[in-house]
Design a protein around this ligand. Structure first.
Ligand code: GUN
Length: 295
């Protein structure tokens, strides 16, 4: 069994991005600038956004954090999105999800200029991704593919089972892995909360992407010998073992599943660090106007 070290891969890519930023600046280019909008004080969102801002600093990007209280109106938020769309100094921006119930996430996403949508959530980016055109690919699926690539894991002709059908992970990763490319060329099955006998599908899988958000869902008896298991779960559970008072639990019962795998990602230190680094890559691309040209 080989542990896929997302933390180490992310650290390597961070150096690569930082080097590229230095070159851009040395040749008179502009420092890439990411803005993030954070609404409310959800613990998970606070942590993720703080991590994004910190990583921007580490790779040499400029970052701007815009905060709103939980009771911000949809109109006010949409107004800020339009302002960021128009601001030539901002290369890309994200609105951290989830948003409070009185705000339509879909409306917010569709208001973002797709050319600045470094999260890859806008329907233009999702649509282009699904037919293999250049676009911003959302960060978690991009991070998963990068791990498969950097560990040289064979995907062509493999049966990949994706657990979960979210717009952020399940759907896009299933789509990317079925495309005629490497990593890709998989036969993909998507399982979700209404799937009958998930175990049957998992036992037929060469690659399992677990993205249900259900702690320790995937047990040892659901995985066949030699499978590749990618754990996307990051449920926060309270814990007395950590200073913060919580720890992250994956969707995989690691102790049972790991001995059967050829490769497996841990939680934390697997997919998580790759998600943030993929956002940085998209921001670098946005700064270079590398997909949609000059705005
Ligand atoms: N909430 C959970 N994951 C994400 C993400 O990748 N981007 C944004 N904007 N919100 C999230």
């Amino acid at each position: 069994m080989k542990l896929i070290d997302g933390k180490a891969v992310a650290a390597q890519i961070k150096l690569e991005i930082a080097e590229e930023v230095k070159q851009i600046l040395a040749s008179g280019g502009k420092r890439p600038h990411l803005a993030a909008i954070l609404v409310g004080h959800d613990g998970g969102s606070e942590t993720y956004v703080a991590s994004k801002v910190k990583t921007c600093e580490e790779v040499g990007f400029q970052s701007t954090l815009i905060r709103y209280e939980e009771d911000v109106t949809e109109d006010e938020l949409l107004g800020k999105v339009c302002e960021l769309n128009e601001n030539p100094g901002i290369d890309g921006f994200i609105v951290q999800l989830p948003l409070p119930k009185h705000i339509s996430e879909q409306k917010v996403i569709e208001t973002i200029d797709y050319r600045k949508d470094v999260d890859g959530f806008h329907p233009v980016n999702v649509g282009r991704m699904s037919i293999g055109l250049p676009c911003f690919v959302s960060a978690t699926p991009a991070g998963i593919l990068e791990l498969l690539k950097r560990y040289d894991i064979e995907t062509s002709g493999k049966h990949c089972v994706v657990l979960g059908r979210s717009n952020i992970v399940g759907k896009p990763v299933a789509n990317l892995l079925m495309q005629k490319a490497y990593p890709g060329d998989c036969t993909v099955t998507v399982c979700h909360s209404r799937t009958k006998d998930i175990k049957k599908y998992c036992l037929e899988a060469d690659i399992i992407i677990a993205a249900l958000g259900s702690p320790e869902f995937l047990k040892g008896d659901m995985v066949r010998e030699g499978a590749v298991v990618i754990d996307v779960g990051t449920t926060r559970v309270s814990s007395t073992e950590t200073k913060s008072g919580f720890k992250l639990k994956g969707d995989v019962k690691f102790d049972e599943v790991a001995p059967k795998c050829s490769y497996i990602t841990p939680v934390p230190g697997g997919v998580g660090p790759m998600t943030i680094i993929s956002l940085m890559r998209n921001t670098l691309l946005a700064g270079k106007k590398g997909i949609y040209g000059y705005l």
